[in-house]
Write a protein that binds this ligand. Structure first.
Ligand code: HEM
Length: 384
C-alpha cells in the first residue's frame, strides 16, 4: 500500500482526518482526488484500508472477475435493515439468491407490473397538474412517493392496498431517517467500527426505525402467507388473467419448495423496496430536470411520442417502449451524467494486479461510477 498515492499518513489514524467532513464536501473531495493523486489512490485508518478507483480498465478487471464479488463496508451498514439480501450478501448465498430472483424478474413478469406503473404515473401527473397554480414546487418528494408506491405494490402486492398512503408515508419517513444515519456514519471514519457506532444516538434511532420497518414487512408477508394457506389465492389464475403477481407471491412459492425461508423473503422484499424506489426516483428527477432545460431534446421526445400515439388516448403498452428510441438515449445519457448510485465497492479477499499497482487482499475498492462517466478522455465535453 505504501507506493499508492494519497494524503499524508499519520500513525494509527492514517490519512483518515482528511475525510472527516459533511457528506456534500466529501462528494466534492472525492471528485478532486484523481487530479491530485491519479486514478488509483488510497485512504486508511487502523486496520481499514480503501483504494479509490477511477480508471475503466482497473474497474473492468474487478467487476468482470468472479473472484472479486465480496462486499464489506459500506454495505455492512445496511445489514441491520436488509440482512443478507441480494445487495449485501456474499458468496454462495448471493449466487443462490441471484438465480432465484432472476426468475422473479423475467420479462413476462415485468409486463404484469406495468399496470401499476401506468396507474401511478397518471396519479403523479395529476399531482403535478394540481401544482401548476403554485409558483414553485419541489417535485422530488412527489416522484419518490410515486416510485415507492410502485415498489410497494409490485414487491408486496395489492393485498396491502387499503391504507397504502399511510404505509407509504411511514415507510418514506423511515427510509429517509435510516438513510441519514447511514450518510453520517459514512462521513465519520470512527463510526465504521460497529462497537463504536453502537453507542451513538444514530444507532439508537436506527434500531428503532429498523424495528418498525421489519414489523411492517413481516406483517405483510404473514398476511399473504395466510391467504395462501387458506386457499384464497390462486396463483395460476392470477398469472393467466394477466393479474398482478407481486414479487412476494413468487418468493412465497419458492418458500413452499424450500428454496428460501421467511427471513430470506423479508430480506429480499426490504432490499427491493430500498434499491427499487430511490434509484429510480433520483434518475427520474434528474431526467426531468435535464429535459426541462433542453428544449431541443424535449421537442424531439414530444415528436417521438406523437409518432407512436398520434391523437389517441390509449394506454401505453410494453411494445411502445421499444419505439421510444430517442427517449431511451436521453434516459441513458442522464444516467451517465447523474448516476443514481455514484459509487459501489468490492472487498478484496485476495490481491489483484491493476494497471499501475498491486492491491493487497483485505482492501475495500471504491469504484467511482460518477467519475468514470465524467472522464473527458472518454466523453468529450463530459458535462454536456
Ligand atoms: C435508475 C435505476 C437504477 C440504478 C441506476 C441502479 C443501480 C444499481 C447498481 C449500480 C447496482 C450495483 C450495486 C453493487 O454492485 O454494489 C445495483 C444493484 C441492485 N439493484 Fe439497482 N438500480 C436501479 C434500479 C433498480 C430497481 C428498480 C430495482 C428493483 C426493482 C433494483 C434492485 C437492485 C438489486 C436487488 C441490486 C443487487 C443486485 C446484486 O447484487 O445481485 N435496482 N443497482
Amino acid at each position: 500500500m505504501k507506493g499508492i498515492p494519497g494524503f499524508t499518513v499519520y500513525p494509527l489514524i492514517g490519512n483518515s482526518l482528511n475525510y472527516i467532513s459533511s457528506p456534500v464536501k466529501i462528494f466534492y473531495l472525492l471528485r478532486q482526488l484523481p487530479n491530485k493523486f491519479g486514478d488509483v489512490n488510497e485512504a486508511h485508518a487502523l486496520n481499514k484500508r480503501v483504494v479509490n478507483l477511477y480508471s475503466p480498465q482497473d474497474i473492468e478487471k474487478i467487476l468482470s472477475s468472479v473472484r472479486h464479488i465480496s462486499k464489506d463496508i459500506p454495505y455492512t451498514f445496511f445489514n441491520p435493515w436488509l440482512g443478507e439480501g441480494l445487495l449485501t450478501s456474499n458468496g454462495v448465498k448471493w449466487q443462490q439468491r441471484r438465480k432465484l430472483l432472476t426468475n422473479a424478474f423475467h420479462f413476462n413478469i415485468l409486463r404484469k407490473y406495468s399496470r401499476t406503473i401506468i396507474e401511478q404515473s397518471d396519479n403523479f401527473l395529476n399531482k403535478v397538474e394540481a401544482e401548476t397554480e403554485n409558483e414553485m414546487t419541489d417535485i422530488v418528494p412527489l416522484i419518490s412517493k410515486t416510485t415507492l408506491h410502485i415498489m410497494c405494490e409490485t414487491a408486496m402486492g395489492t393485498s396491502m392496498r387499503n391504507g397504502i398512503k399511510e404505509v407509504i408515508d411511514k415507510y418514506f419517513k423511515a427510509i429517509h431517517i435510516f438513510g441519514n444515519c447511514m450518510v453520517q456514519r459514512f462521513s465519520r471514519v470512527w463510526l465504521f467500527f460497529d462497537f463504536i457506532f453502537a453507542f451513538t444516538r444514530n444507532a439508537f434511532v436506527q434500531n428503532r426505525i429498523v424495528k418498525n420497518l421489519h414489523e411492517f414487512t413481516d406483517n405483510i408477508i404473514r398476511e399473504r402467507k395466510e391467504l395462501y394457506s387458506r386457499g384464497l389465492v390462486d396463483v395460476d389464475e392470477v398469472l393467466n388473467n394477466n393479474g398482478r403477481l407481486a414479487m412476494l407471491d413468487l418468493l412465497l412459492q419458492e418458500e413452499t419448495q424450500g428454496r428460501i425461508d421467511m427471513q430470506g423473503i423479508r430480506e429480499e422484499v426490504d432490499t427491493f423496496m430500498f434499491e427499487g424506489h430511490d434509484t429510480t426516483a433520483m434518475a427520474l428527477s434528474f431526467i426531468l430536470m435535464r429535459i426541462a432545460n433542453e428544449p431541443e431534446a424535449q421537442n424531439k421526445i414530444f415528436d417521438e411520442i406523437q409518432s407512436i400515439f398520434g391523437e389517441s388516448n390509449r394506454l401505453p403498452i410494453t411494445e411502445d417502449l421499444n419505439k421510444m428510441k430517442y427517449l431511451d438515449c436521453c434516459i441513458k445519457e442522464c444516467l451517465r451524467l447523474y448516476p443514481s448510485v455514484p459509487f459501489i465497492a468490492r472487498y478484496l479477499t485476495e490481491e489483484i494486479e491493476l494497471s499501475s499497482f498491486k492491491i493487497p487482499a483485505n482492501t475495500i475498492c471504491n469504484i467511482h461510477i460518477y467519475d468514470v462517466h465524467h472522464r473527458a478522455d472518454i466523453f468529450p465535453d463530459p458535462e454536456q
